[in-house]
Every structure is written in C-alpha cells, then in structure tokens.
Ligand binder design. Structure first.
Ligand code: NAD
Length: 331
C-alpha cells in the first residue's frame, strides 16, 4: 500500500520537484492538493489525476480531517505560513512534512513540535540531503572520525538572486530573513552533521551590496560556530553569490563536496581518493523514507527537532548581527 500525500502550496518546489518525485515514489503518492488558486487546482488535477474530493483551499483545508485518502500533509508554503499549516494538519489528524526553514524562529518550531506531539502525529522537515549518498558519506567520515577528528571546516551556500523584487523571499514578514534562512541553513546543517556535534556559540557579520533589493532581508552573512572541545567552523550564505560547497579538514586528511547541497548533481572528493556515489532523486528518497516511518511507526531521521536545532543557530546569528558581531550563545 502507498500512503497518500497532499501538497500544500503549489509553487516552484512543489511543482518542479515534489510532484514529479511522487510519480516515482514506492511508498507514497500524490493524493491531494491544497491551493489558493482555482486554476492551479484544475491544471494539477488533470496533470496528476487527482480526484476532486482531494482538492482543498486554505479556508476549507481543515476538512481534510475527514479524508482517509490523505495520510501525510506536506507544507511547501512561504516560511511564515509553515507554523499555521503544520499545526492545522496535525490537528486534522495528519502526519506532516514541513519544508525548510521550519519556521520564522525557534519558538515557533517548539510550538509546532508540541502540537504534533499532542495530536500524536509525526513531524518531519524537508531535509533531503540526509538521504543523499555523498552527504551521507560526509556524515560517516566526520562522525566516525574516519580520517581523524575534524580540525576545521568551511561551508558556503547561496545563489545570485535574479528573481522578482517583490517575491515573498525578499519580504521579512513572509520569509523571516534572506540568504541565511533560505540557503545558509544548509551550510549550518553541514557543519552539524559532519561534526556530529551541536554548536554552543556563534558570531556573525554581514555585507549588503544591493541594499535596495535586500531592503528587508540579509544578502550575505558570514559566521563562525564554536563547538564543544574548541573546534570553530566558518560558514557563509548569500543571495548575491553562487556558492555551494562543504569543506572539512581532519587530522589525517580532508574531504569536500561541491556542489554540495543542490539537487542537480552532487560531487565530492577526499584527500585519499574520489567520492563515487550515485546521483539519486533526493525528494523521492526523503518522502519514501517518511512514508515507511509512518507505516512502521519508527522515528524519522529528520524530525521537527532537527529543524529546531538549525533555527536556534539562525536565531543566534541574527542576534549577533544585531549586537555588533558579539559571540552569542545558541539555545
Ligand atoms: P514559491 O514562491 O515558488 O511557492 C510558494 C507557493 O505558496 C506559491 O504557490 C504561492 O501561491 C503560495 N502562497 C500561499 N500563500 C502565499 C502568500 N501569502 N504569499 C506568497 N505565496 C503564497 O516558493 P518555493 O520555492 O516553492 O518555496 C516554498 C517552500 O519550499 C519554502 O519553505 C522553501 O524554502 C522551500 N524549498 C525547499 C527546497 C528544498 O530543496 N528543500 C527548494 C525550494 C524551496
């Protein structure tokens, strides 16, 4: 049996990646959609053969409670709406996948986790790289100290924003922040899953070369994370630079990925040889894994708590930017 997934928000990621991945999935399928745009409902129902009774809008969404075709709700909306729809989905009795960044801040993440727990539903964050073979190898190399302990690390992620100057991504109220929230989160995660440790403190600074376009949100941010034992790693995020790498030095060698975080192909090497792993459909792997977790009642490797940990780091980076680059405690 395949579990039914309903996508909430039919934008670029839902249409470009998630819906096609669901056509290939083994344990779940695209059973429903939630959209505020009636023309998209018509288009999607034809394209993906979605039954009329499984189509909702943002107002009548709570009726999904009475729909046994839908097991999992996948929230793919602008960040500011993640909390509301995650909580409404859990209260409607559905398991939830919520896209990254999980919410506007760590406090909202905590509320989402509590609501899902109370409703006895599973919550997962759309962290597809935890299912991507090169990134999984980096987790193994770092966490199992295959080349010894990590001694330094530098990660960067960003792209040159060339889109609509009025898009939600540039509005603080809808996005919560800019390149840091959207892209930097991968570089922060990279440091966490490579070292296998949680950072204690962070300090950060930022650069704005286009203050008009990035009036409300951060453009480029640089940070240092301090880990238990004294390791300090560096990272950066941007809406004005095409970055996408993870680089680690360890006691007996080094390893790196570039491109590290996208879904258009991942590549990497270690100092003693290449990293030869297959390219996979990350979204399919991520959703199939969650469907199996739900079916077998076993915990997901990317629960709400994982989203919360990244948001705690991001909150502390914004505090440091507000406090002239001071070291801030994470948590
Ligand atoms: P998008 O702008 O393409 O789509 C957003 C959708 O939300 C649109 O269909 C829009 O109509 C709808 N929407 C509903 N209410 C809205 C409102 N008040 N304002 C604006 N739009 C509203 O964005 P996207 O790129 O699909 O991103 C959606 C989510 O997916 C974000 O959280 C983003 O970070 C995440 N995402 C994740 C990945 C990944 O690799 N995991 C990749 C891209 C996007």
């Amino acid at each position: 049996k395949k579990l039914g997934i309903a996508l909430v928000g039919l934008g670029g990621y839902a249409g470009g990646q998630l819906a096609p991945a669901l056509q290939q999935a083994q344990y779940c399928y695209l059973a429903g959609i939630v959209t505020g745009t009636p023309s998209k409902a018509v288009e999607w129902s034809k394209k993906y053969n979605i039954s009329q009774k499984n189509i909702y809008n943002y107002q009548n969404f709570d009726e999904i409670k009475n729909n046994p075709d839908i097991d999992i709700v996948y929230v793919v909306l602008p960040v500011a709406l993640h909390k509301e729809f995650t909580i409404r989905a859990a209260q409607a009795g559905k398991h939830v996948i919520c896209e990254k960044p999980m919410a506007l801040n760590a406090r909202d993440c905590e509320e989402m986790i509590a609501a899902c727990k109370k409703a006895n539903r599973m919550l997962s964050i759309g962290y597809r790289l935890h299912f991507e073979p090169h990134n999984m190898e980096v987790m193994r190399l770092g966490q199992q100290k295959v080349l010894g302990k990590i001694t330094s690390m530098d990660n960067g992620n960003g792209f040159k924003y060339g889109g609509d100057p009025n898009a939600w991504r540039l509005k603080k109220a809808l996005a919560g922040g800019g390149g840091l929230m959207d892209m930097g989160i991968y570089a922060i995660q990279g440091a966490r899953y490579t070292t296998g440790m949680e950072p204690l403190k962070v300090r950060a600074r930022q650069e704005k070369t286009n203050p008009e376009l990035f009036k409300e949100v951060d453009e480029t941010v640089f940070w240092e994370l301090q880990f238990p034992g004294g390791l300090v790693t560096t990272g950066k995020s941007s809406y004005n630079n095409n970055w996408g790498y993870l680089r680690a030095k360890a006691e007996r060698g080094s390893f790196e990925l570039e491109p590290a975080y996208g879904y258009g192909g991942i590549a990497g090497k270690r100092s003693d040889g290449p990293l030869l792993f297959p390219q996979i459909n990350q979204q399919q792997a991520q959703m199939d894994d969650f469907a199996q977790c739900v079916m077998n009642n076993k915990p997901t490797r990317v629960p709400g708590e994982e989203g919360l940990k990244d948001m705690r780091v991001i909150d502390a980076i914004y505090r440091s930017l507000d406090n002239s680059g001071n070291w801030e405690t994470i948590g």
